[in-house]
Design a protein around this ligand. Sequence first.
Ligand SMILES: [Zn+2]
Length: 98
Amino acid sequence: MSGGWKGSDRVTRLPRGWRKIRKRILERDPICKLCGVRPSTHCDHIIAKADDHTDAGLQGVCGPCHDAKSSREGNAAQKANLRPGRRRPPEPHPGLRG
Ligand SMILES: [Zn+2]
């Protein structure tokens, strides 16, 4: 088996000088780019898996929006691998039933 769920490795992928980058992004985007209301407190990757640490790949977001976005991304990743709740039996021939 390969290509399984590797867990969260986001932190280890942050580049050197991340703190400076983050500060620059928050200065550029003082207001959350997602809701446009609350002040930005987090530096977010616009495309989570792209590892784009350039200014164009990052945006300032507020805490609630960042949490909502990363939990959506986390859920999507988990859903593919872990299925909480009832296990359904596989359906070998969908469309051939009945
Ligand atoms: Zn927001």
